[in-house]
Design a protein around this ligand. Structure first.
Ligand SMILES: Nc1ncnc2c1ncn2[C@@H]1O[C@H](COP(=O)(O)OP(=O)(O)OP(=O)(O)O)[C@@H](O)[C@H]1O
Ligand SMILES: [Mg+2]
Length: 601
C-alpha cells in the first residue's frame, strides 16, 4: 500500500551523500564530539589494562609469593577501574548531550519547515506520517549519533588493541584463538541479512498500526454509532497479530545469534585452554599469560557482535535520514516574494483577473474568474456545494499556489505582496472553527499581536459571545481543551467572530460562518456582523441566503464560473440561478408563490 511505502524503505547501510549531510549536524558540536571520541579511545585503551595486570599479578607475585607486590597490583587494578568509570561516564554524558542537542536542532528545523509548507502538502501527507518524522525518525538519528557512529570507532579501536596485545604476548596462541573468527564472521553475516528483512517488516507493521489507530480513534463516534466495533476490532487484531509475528521473528533471530556468538567464544576459550595449557605444561607460556589470554579473548567477541548491532543502527538511521531529508527538501509551493511589496496600509481592494485553478491536474475547479471588490464593499458568494467558493478564498489567502491569472490586493499581485502582511490583513472565519489548547482569552487574542484584555472582551461583547463566556466558571480564563472540546459548535463560532473582530482586519472572509448558530443567535449576530463588516471589504460565503441580503453585491458561482452578479433585487429580477436558490429556500414565506414551471426554468 502506497500509504506505508515510505516506512518500508531500507536502503544502504552507508550512503555517503546522506552521511555528509548528517555530519553537518555534528559540526556545531565538533569540539564536544572530538572530546568524546578521545575519551572513547581512552576507555578502549584502558580496557586492555586489567587482563595485563592479572597476568603480572599471577606471574610476578602470586607465583613468587610476594604478598606486598600483590597488594600494589590490586590497588592499581582498582585505580584503573575507577579511572575507567570516570572516563566512561564523561564520554557517555558528552555523547548523549550532543545527541540530544542534535535532536533538538533537527526537530526545530523540521517544524519550521512544516510551517512553511502549503496546504496541498498536508492534503497529500497524513498527519501521522509527519509526526513520525519528528519523533521516531529523529530518535533513530539520535541513536546513530550516541550509540552508532562514535562507538564504532571505539569498537574498532578495542579490537585492534586486543589483537595487537594478544599477538605481542604469544603470537602462536593468538593465531589459534583467531581461528574461530571466520565462524563468527559467517554467523554475523547470516544474522545481518535475516535481521534486516525482519526489521523492515516490523517497521511497516508499526506504521500500519499507527495509521489504523489514528483513523479509528479520531472516528470513534462513527464507529460506535454504526456499531462497527467488532469489525474494527478484528481489523486491529489482524494488524496486531502481524506485528506480533514480525517481532517474534526478529526475536528468534536474536535468540539464535547471541548464544551462537557466545558458543563461538566458548570454543575459542576451549582452544586457548587446550593449546595454551599444553604450552604452560611445556613451560613455553606462563600461567598469567594464559589467564590474560582468556580474558582478552572474552573482550574480543563483544565488539564484534556489537558491530553487527551497529550495522543495524546505521542502516535504520540512513533510512530515517532519507525520509527526514526528503521532507526538508520539499519545496513549499508558496514562496514568500524575494522583494516583497510592503504597502503602508492595506485598503482592501480585491481583484481576480482571469483566474483559473485546479487542485489536481485535469480537474479544473475555477475557470476564468473575473471579480473586483472595491474597499469596503460587501460581496456575497453563493452557489451549490462544490462550486468552488472556498477555493476562491484558499487562493486569496495563498493557502494553495499554482493558479493562473492574477489575484491583486490594492493593485499588487498577492505573489509579490509580503506574505505576512497579506495574511494579517485578512481574517477568515470558517464553519469549522479551530481552537487551540489555551484559555478563551488566548484563543481570541492568539499569540501574535498585543491585544489588550479589554479589547478581547469588547470584541466578545459585540458578537454576543460575552454572555456565554461569563457563564463559564472562569470566564475568559477558562481553559479550552484541544480543538475547543467543551464548547458547542455555535459557541466556537461566536469565539471565531470575536477573534476576527479583535484582530481588526481590512478584509473579512466568512465561509459559511453563520450556519452553526441557531436562528435566535443568528438574529443576534446579524447585527454584530453588521458591526464587524463596517469599514471592511467583505467576502461572505453563505448557503442561507437570509444572511446575505444586505450585501452590496452577490456573485453566483456555478461549476467554477461566475454565472450571475448583481444585487439581491437585480438577481431576483433576472430569474436565474439565484432566483431559483432563493425560491427553494423561501418559497413558503418570503416571496409570493410563483407558477411551478418557473421553478424549473
Ligand atoms: N484540498 C482539495 N484537494 C482536491 N480537491 C479539492 C480540495 N478542496 C476542494 N476540492 C474540490 O474542489 C471543488 C470545489 O471545492 P470548494 O471547497 O471550493 O467548494 P465550495 O463551493 O466551497 O463547496 P461547499 O459549499 O460545499 O463548501 C470540489 O469539487 C472539491 O472536490
Ligand atoms: Mg466551502
Amino acid at each position: 500500500m502506497n500509504h506505508y511505502h515510505e516506512e518500508d524503505i531500507l536502503g544502504k547501510a552507508y550512503d555517503s551523500r546522506l552521511a555528509r549531510r548528517l555530519l553537518k549536524y555534528l559540526y556545531p558540536y565538533r569540539w564536544t564530539v572530538a572530546t568524546s571520541i578521545f575519551l572513547l579511545l581512552l576507555v578502549s585503551g584502558l580496557q586492555l589494562v586489567p587482563p595485563y595486570l592479572t597476568k603480572v599479578a599471577i606471574d610476578q607475585y602470586i607465583s613468587t609469593g610476594d604478598g606486598g607486590g600483590l597488594a600494589h597490583i590490586a590497588l592499581l587494578f582498582l585505580l584503573v577501574l575507577l579511572f575507567q568509570f570516570a572516563v566512561s561516564f564523561a564520554q557517555t554524558y558528552l555523547m548523549n548531550w550532543t545527541g540530544q542537542r542534535i535532536m533538538y536542532d533537527l526537530r526545530m528545523q523540521i517544524f519550521a519547515h512544516i510551517q512553511k509548507l502549503d496546504m496541498a502538502y498536508f492534503d497529500r501527507n497524513p498527519i501521522g506520517r509527519l509526526i513520525t518524522r519528528m519523533t521516531t525518525d529523529v530518535d533513530v538519528l539520535n541513536e546513530l549519533f550516541t550509540a552508532g557512529v562514535v562507538s564504532i570507532f571505539g569498537d574498532i579501536f578495542s579490537l585492534a588493541g586486543i589483537v595487537l596485545v594478544m599477538l605481542w604476548l604469544n603470537w602462536k596462541l593468538a593465531l589459534v584463538c583467531f581461528s574461530v573468527i571466520p565462524l563468527l564472521f559467517i554467523a554475523t553475516m547470516i544474522f545481518k541479512i535475516k535481521v534486516r528483512g525482519s526489521y523492515r517488516w516490523v517497521r511497516s507493521c508499526v506504521a500500519k498500526i499507527n495509521a489504523f489507530l489514528q483513523e479509528n480513534i479520531t472516528g470513534m463516534s462513527v464507529v460506535q454509532i454504526f456499531v462497527e466495533e467488532k469489525r474494527k476490532f478484528h481489523e486491529f487484531d489482524e494488524r496486531n497479530s502481524e506485528h506480533l509475528r514480525a517481532n517474534l521473528q526478529s526475536i528468534s533471530y536474536y535468540a539464535v545469534f547471541y548464544p551462537v556468538v557466545s558458543m563461538i567464544g566458548a570454543l575459542a576459550t576451549a582452544l586457548i585452554l587446550w593449546y595454551g595449557g599444553n604450552q604452560v605444561l611445556g613451560q613455553v607460556l606462563t600461567l598469567g599469560s594464559l589467564v590474560a589470554f582468556i580474558q582478552y579473548s572474552e573482550r574480543f567477541y563483544k565488539p564484534i557482535s556489537d558491530l553487527s548491532e551497529k550495522f543495524n543502527i546505521l542502516q535504520s538511521a540512513m533510512a530515517s535520514s532519507e525520509r527526514i531529508f526528503r521532507l526538508l527538501d520539499t519545496k513549499p509551493e508558496i514562496i514568500p516574494p524575494a522583494q516583497p511589496v510592503r504597502l503602508q496600509e492595506i485598503k482592501g481592494k480585491i481583484e481576480f483577473k482571469n483566474v483559473s485553478f485546479a487542485y489536481k491536474e485535469d480537474t479544473p475547479v475555477l475557470d476564468a474568474i473575473d471579480l473586483t471588490v472595491i474597499p469596503g464593499e460587501k460581496v456575497a458568494i453563493v452557489g451549490a456545494t462544490g462550486a468552488g467558493k472556498s477555493t476562491l478564498i484558499n487562493l486569496l489567502c495563498r493557502f494553495y499556489g499554482g493558479h493562473t491569472g492574477d489575484i491583486l490586493i490594492d493593485g499588487v499581485d498577492i505573489q509579490d505582496l509580503d506574505l505576512g502582511l497579506l495574511r494579517e490583513s485578512i481574517a477568515v472565519v470558517l464553519q469549522d472553527v479551530f481552537l487551540f489548547r489555551g484559555s478563551i482569552e488566548e484563543n481570541v487574542r492568539l499569540w501574535g499581536k498585543p491585544i489588550s484584555k479589554q479589547k478581547v472582551e469588547e470584541a466578545a461583547r459585540q458578537v454576543h459571545a460575552h454572555r456565554f463566556v461569563q457563564d463559564l466558571a472562569e470566564g475568559y480564563a477558562t481553559p479550552l481543551a484541544e480543538r475547543g472540546v467543551g464548547l458547542s459548535v455555535g459557541q466556537r463560532q461566536l469565539l471565531a467572530f470575536a477573534r476576527a473582530l479583535a484582530h481588526d482586519p481590512k478584509i473579512l472572509v466568512l465561509d459559511e460562518a453563520t450556519s452553526s448558530v441557531d436562528t435566535e443567535t443568528e438574529l443576534l449576530i446579524q447585527d454584530a456582523l453588521n458591526q464587524l463588516m463596517k469599514d471592511r471589504t467583505c467576502l461572505i460565503i453563505a448557503h442561507r441566503l437570509s444572511t446575505i441580503q444586505n450585501c452590496d453585491r452577490i456573485i453566483v458561482l456555478h461549476k467554477g464560473e461566475i454565472q450571475e452578479k448583481g444585487s439581491h433585487q437585480e438577481l431576483l429580477k433576472k430569474r436565474g440561478i439565484y432566483y431559483k436558490l432563493y425560491q427553494l429556500q423561501y418559497k413558503d414565506q418570503l416571496i409570493p408563490r410563483e407558477p411551478a414551471d418557473q421553478l424549473t426554468g
